[in-house]
Design a protein around this ligand. Structure first.
Ligand SMILES: C[S@@+](CC[C@H](N)C(=O)[O-])C[C@H]1O[C@@H](n2cnc3c(N)ncnc32)[C@H](O)[C@@H]1O
Length: 270
């Protein structure tokens, strides 16, 4: 559950006294946009679940593979990437535009550090188009309205929720949010998501969540395979289904063997 931030739709405050998910994630990925509170929360998770660093790396590799699949195989040219994070290797627009140069990508996040990076990203964009929306996933209509300035919602769009839904508690109706987003895109659109698992290394993950939630601005709600699969209800699940992220169309033996505690998959709107 989120705590201490403004009303849904508002921006987060820049507060370095408490850990924020974008900056903790950056710490795990070896970035420089993190502060002592973020590192303390990151280390608390590492102490409970030492596999977290390889898990977030496996998730980034999943992100790249799913975008490549969508742009190169599924013919998708428009991406709505919600929960962008601080830029790291293989951002959505880089992977998508490498596969199909005209791809249009709209990034959405509510973290001011992500926003600062996004400004630089937008300026450096060459082909295609990149937009950035400073908004909260819990206000999907606001996101859809602003995204329409860059994306054509009469044509298929890939809605991406990569490693964000575990930051949306049940009280904020994550299933309702996903169906409101998918209701706004036409047939042939895709949903791609990953979320932290409650039923992979369950004891370690439960302890990791407990420690993280004591220290962080957004608390984590891990979900089981069945709970994650439910996000795809009504969509045609793309092979091989909802799996640990490293098992989703791995690009190499090494990728396939990198263990993670995250479920991921993609589905197509009929
Ligand atoms: C764990 S990071 C994932 C980054 C990236 N998608 C990836 O998988 O590498 C989660 C991101 O979601 C953002 N986020 C969390 N809750 C959000 C919300 N309610 N609305 C918008 N962004 C949110 C955080 O600021 C952070 O940048």
């Amino acid at each position: 559950m989120h705590s201490g931030d403004g009303p849904a739709g508002g921006r987060q405050d820049f507060d370095i006294s408490v850990a924020h998910s974008a900056r903790v994630h950056d710490y795990w990925l070896g970035g420089k946009d993190n502060y002592a509170a973020d590192r303390a929360a990151g280390d608390a998770v590492i102490a409970a679940y030492p596999g977290i660093v390889r898990s977030v790396r496996a998730n980034r590799a999943f992100l790249a593979r799913v975008v490549r699949f969508l742009a190169a195989e599924a013919g998708i040219t428009q991406f709505l990437d919600i929960g962008t994070g601080i830029p790291a290797a293989g951002n959505t627009h880089e992977v998508a535009q490498a596969a199909a140069p005209g791809c249009r990508v709209v990034y959405v996040d509510y973290d001011p550090v992500v926003l600062a990076h996004a400004r630089a990203l937008l300026e450096s964009s060459a082909d295609g188009a990149i937009g950035y929306i400073d908004a909260d996933l819990r206000a999907p209509e606001m996101i859809l309205e602003e995204a329409a300035q860059t994306l054509d919602f009469s044509r298929p769009v890939a809605v991406m929720l990569i490693a964000i839904l575990h930051l949306i508690g049940d009280q904020d109706d994550p299933y309702g949010i996903v169906s409101r987003l998918m209701a706004a895109v036409p047939a042939g659109s895709y949903l791609a998501l990953s979320q932290v698992a409650s039923d992979i290394e369950p004891e370690q993950m439960a302890e990791a969540a407990k420690r993280y939630n004591r220290l962080a601005h957004e608390t984590q709600r891990h979900r089981s395979h069945a709970e994650v699969a439910r996000f795809f209800d009504g969509l045609e699940l793309i092979e091989p289904g909802v799996l640990a992220v490293q098992e989703w169309r791995p690009g190499s033996e090494i990728e396939a063997r990198t263990r993670s505690a995250m479920w991921g998959g993609a589905g197509r709107k009929r």
